[in-house]
Ligand binder design. Structure first.
Ligand SMILES: Nc1ncnc2c1ncn2[C@@H]1O[C@H](COP(=O)(O)OP(=O)(O)OP(=O)(O)O)[C@@H](O)[C@H]1O
Ligand code: SF4
Ligand SMILES: [Mg+2]
Length: 314
């Protein structure tokens, strides 16, 4: 997937919210790409743009090329074909995302049924098999239960099962660890690792605040700041020598890496700072940073949007 000059703006009574602003990102087949950043930086909106699930008051510009097709220009009818089987997602809120009056096995079979990939006769055997592969025991019984009969961990597995039921090529997982305890977090991590191992071609876009969670899972990390990409780096680079001053501060704010809060606040998404959006909080600020937006430049195969690395372009 090739995302170019993507803008997602919301028309609100307060003004135009620039939730995603000029994002450039490639997503490679088979990789786990984590999107990290503070709350409100545009991570979920980017995911929703890829899924074509934005509300009507949205202005979308630029391109999201998936399999040679620009998703931004796609009608809902065609999008429905892609959603679930081409691109699927695992929502974060288990209770809000499951239908309380439908047996979970049926919910799991819904996507392949809708896309004509499964006959009605096979609903139960399909969902039992999938639940079994995700470590749900006993699958025959669980498939026939309603969501309220399942524990939190089981419900999360059911959501994962729904996400992978259409055998998608790209799976978007939004904040999988929000409100999840340490034990369930570990289970979820193992579950995602197993899914990846059994399907090396599957691409996962993992949207999260939880940086320690991605340390074992992500191949690359894209850092978002105020609707833009600040850095795209390999896992090793990001965790050992992050390029962007914001990435460095984000890592140093973690409890096991210094617990240093990032001073200042995320700026307004309606009137973002001129020049580099991070300049009001950056300890390395230079004159240019206040005046001009830095380009996204390549550094050893990684990418960073910062004048420190692009000074020859000033
Ligand atoms: N439907 C909408 N209408 C107007 N503004 C919106 C809408 N959806 C999101 N926004 C705004 O877009 C910005 C980015 O939101 P987004 O949900 O992508 O943040 P996020 O990075 O996912 O944050 P979090 O980590 O809290 O989930 C925020 O300022 C948010 O208030
Ligand atoms: S462009 Fe300037 S203000 Fe922005 S992160 Fe780089 S050094 Fe800091
Ligand atoms: Mg979000």
């Amino acid at each position: 997937m090739r995302i170019r000059r993507l803008r997602v703006y919301f028309n609100t009574p307060e003004g135009l919210v620039k939730a995603v602003d000029n994002v450039e990102l490639d997503v490679y087949e088979g990789e786990v790409l984590a999107i990290v950043g503070e709350s409100g930086s545009g991570k979920s909106v980017l995911g929703l743009a890829i899924l074509g699930l934005l509300p009507p008051n949205t202005i979308v510009e630029g391109s999201i090329i998936y399999d040679g097709v620009n998703l931004v220009e796609l009608g809902e009818n065609v999008f429905r074909e892609i959603r679930g089987t081409g691109i699927a997602w695992i929502p974060q809120d288990t209770d809000a995302s499951l239908n309380p009056v439908l047996k979970v096995g049926f919910q799991i079979a819904e996507t392949p049924l809708e896309h004509g990939k499964l006959s009605r006769k096979l609903i139960w055997s399909f969902s039992e098999k999938l639940l079994e592969s995700l470590g749900v025991k006993p699958p025959r019984l669980r498939a026939r239960e309603y969501p309220h009969q399942l524990s939190g961990g089981m419900k999360q597995r059911v959501l994962v099962a729904i996400g992978v039921s259409g055998n998608p090529r790209l799976l978007i997982v939004d904040e999988p660890t929000k409100g999840v305890d340490v034990v369930r977090k570990r289970q979820l991590l193992n579950l995602l690792k197993n899914i990846k191992n059994s399907n090396p071609k599957l691409t996962i876009l993992l949207i999260t605040h939880d940086i320690p969670f991605i340390e074992e899972l992500a191949d690359r990390i894209a850092v978002m700041y105020c609707g833009q990409i600040a850095e795209i780096s390999t896992r090793t680079r990001f965790f050992t020598k992050p390029l962007h001053p914001y990435s460095k501060m984000l890592l140093e704010s973690l409890p096991n890496r210094g617990f240093k809060p990032i001073p200042g606040e995320l700026p307004s998404m309606i009137n973002p700072p001129r020049g580099c959006r991070f300049h009001p909080r950056c300890p390395h600020i230079m004159d240019t940073c206040r005046r001009l937006e830095p380009p996204l430049v390549e550094v050893d195969g990684n990418y960073v949007k910062c004048w420190k690395y692009a000074s020859d372009q000033q």
